[in-house]
Ligand binder design. Structure first.
Ligand SMILES: C[S@@+](CC[C@H](N)C(=O)[O-])C[C@H]1O[C@@H](n2cnc3c(N)ncnc32)[C@H](O)[C@@H]1O
Length: 156
């Protein structure tokens, strides 16, 4: 009988980067008018598992730009890699799920890591704890005063 290859989380991430696919047990859901959409799992995710890639156009910026909340384009992710400033622009509604993962600075269940593929850093989320079916996938966007962190949802 053919045995399924045992991949490391990084190899699993790379496979999903190369084949441009998301995990079948993840789904997009509308949460409320405050948060908008989010990504949920319908299967248990063990700690240290590759979960989803934040896909987009990966650009190396010539001029450094500090990472801050962009009120115009909420799908831009600015970061540094190998001493240079990079940006992943996920503004195209392409049906992929990483761009829909919301911020949680208090109790996130994933963290962002960079996985190199063809000389570029791909932003990938890995679980930092066990995630149960029905839970929302979240990560900490960083140390910024994001407006939603000090606001309370008032929608029904
Ligand atoms: C990359 S998008 C995430 C997906 C977004 N919720 C949507 O519906 O398209 C980032 C934006 O989601 C919203 N967001 C992310 N985390 C949030 C949170 N914890 N509470 C409220 N809004 C949040 C903010 O508007 C932010 O600019």
């Amino acid at each position: 009988m053919e045995q399924r290859r045992q991949l490391t989380p990084e190899q699993d991430a790379l496979e999903h980067i190369v084949y441009y696919k998301d995990k079948p047990f993840l789904e997009e859901r509308f949460i409320d008018c405050f948060k908008g959409r989010g990504v949920f799992t319908n299967k248990t995710i063990e700690p240290s598992t590759f979960v989803v890639e934040y896909r987009g156009i990966i650009l190396c910026r010539k001029k450094p730009k500090p990472r801050k909340y962009d009120t115009v384009n909420k799908y831009l992710y600015e970061f540094t890699w190998k001493g240079a400033q990079w940006c992943t622009d996920a503004s195209t509604e392409d049906g992929t799920l990483g761009r829909l993962v919301n911020d949680n600075n208090i109790n996130p269940n994933c963290e962002m890591k960079k996985i190199e593929w063809e000389g570029k850093p791909h932003l990938c989320l890995f679980s930092v704890k066990k995630i149960s079916p029905g839970e929302e996938i979240t990560y900490n966007y960083g140390h910024s005063s994001y407006p939603w962190r000090s606001l309370v949802c008032s929608c029904k």
